[in-house]
Design a protein around this ligand. Structure first.
Ligand SMILES: C[S@@+](CC[C@H](N)C(=O)[O-])C[C@H]1O[C@@H](n2cnc3c(N)ncnc32)[C@H](O)[C@@H]1O
Length: 354
């Protein structure tokens, strides 16, 4: 397996630790492909790996904050935002009348008052940047910094108190949450300098519900939300709605759910692939749409629906083509609540005729 340096991610379900393994399994099957569509792109790790491997890459995710990250890492080829420029975006421009949407609506929920003010100013300054390269770099460093400063790296609970009053065992966490935006921006800009590059291909990042995405490629990588059989399901929207709000700052005010303690921002909320009862039907629509492409699905055992039912769906939709279901082994070293080992699987629908 080739060692490739990858951006660090703190995103739920990121395949950062597994992508090398996933790529080798695909290569072992000797399938010919030149382009890749990463339909549930998330952190863009799979897309990034494919970009390093010289493929033409199309990244997609339902959320615009993720697509901004995809655009930065996959479509763009450099970072033009300097650290001084990033710091300047934290300063108010005296000629601009700033909205205080985060300060006024999210007090004591995710970030401190001072941080909320920084977020309001930074995002509005970033939105004014005419240079798309700099604007996407600004979004990238803001979104990554917001994630890293949150307990569990999530936004599904209004638990700022937990961060501020933390006296648990792992003080490493507390230290990370309290790092300033100024410090984190420096770190994430360095990351962008290291990881943006040109692979000589015309790569693209798009922002669709997977069911509506019109893009295609030789290989479709599908890494959808996963439903554990042992836990209540928290949707990706519930986990990251706040960042989706920041990516659509002018729409926030009309999309705050005031009935929820965490003031969920409802922009781009969708049930597709987020309800176990309809998941297989959603997946079938995609598998049938990409009938001529290689399909690679990442999934786990102990989930609903089962790995076997996804394998059966591929066989049903493409009875004349080979399907491989591969157990990649443990993804954590713990047993789950049912005392079964957690295992990561790949279900691959090839274009090889049986
Ligand atoms: C398991 S994660 C993908 C992780 C990604 N492979 C990585 O390594 O970071 C699933 C992704 O699907 C996205 N998603 C959820 N519902 C979607 C939909 N209907 N269409 C497109 N993307 C969706 C989520 O935003 C999330 O980023």
């Amino acid at each position: 397996m080739r060692e490739i340096n990858l951006p660090v991610t703190r995103y739920y379900g990121s395949k950062r630790k597994l992508v090398g393994r996933i790529w080798s399994e695909i290569e072992n099957l000797d399938l010919a492909f030149d382009s890749v569509l990463d339909l549930f792109g998330g952190t863009a790790i799979f897309s990034y790996y494919a970009k390093v491997m010289g493929k033409k890459v199309i990244y997609n995710d339902i959320f615009s904050f993720n697509t901004a990250i995809g655009r930065k890492l996959i479509q763009q080829t450099s970072n033009d935002l300097s650290y001084e420029e990033a710091l300047a975006l934290l300063q108010p421009n005296p000629d601009y009348l700033y909205k205080k949407i985060i300060q006024e609506n999210f007090r004591n929920i995710y970030f401190t008052d001072a941080e909320n003010e920084q977020i309001d100013i930074f995002i509005q300054n970033a939105n004014e940047l005419k240079d798309e390269n700099k604007r996407l770099s600004a979004y990238y460093i803001l979104f990554q910094s917001c994630i890293i400063k949150r307990p569990y790296n999530l936004f599904h609970r209004n638990n700022l108190n937990m961060r501020l009053n933390y006296n648990g065992g792992n003080f490493g966490n507390k230290k990370t949450w309290e790092r300033s935006f100024e410090e984190l921006f420096e770190r994430f800009l360095k990351e962008l300098d290291e990881f943006t590059f040109d692979n000589g291909r015309d790569n693209l990042a798009v922002n669709f519900n997977a069911l509506d995405c019109q893009e295609t490629a030789d290989l479709i990588y599908i890494d959808p939300p996963y439903f554990s059989s042992s836990r209540n399901h928290t949707t990706y929207h519930a986990k990251y709605h706040f960042l989706e709000g920041l990516a659509n700052y002018d729409k926030i005010i009309d999309h705050i759910n005031h009935a929820k303690n965490n003031k969920e921002i409802t922009i781009n909320k969708s049930d597709h692939f987020e309800k176990s009862a309809t998941f297989l039907a959603d997946l079938e629509r995609i598998v049938r749409r990409y009938n001529d492409s290689i399909i690679v699905i990442s999934y786990r055992n102990n989930g609903i629906p089962s790995v076997q039912s996804i394998n059966d769906l591929l066989v049903l939709c493409r009875p004349d083509r080979r399907v491989h279901t591969l157990d990649l082994g443990l993804y954590g070293y713990a047993l789950n609540k049912g005392n079964q080992f957690n295992s990561e699987f790949l279900i691959i629908g090839t274009n090889n005729i049986i």
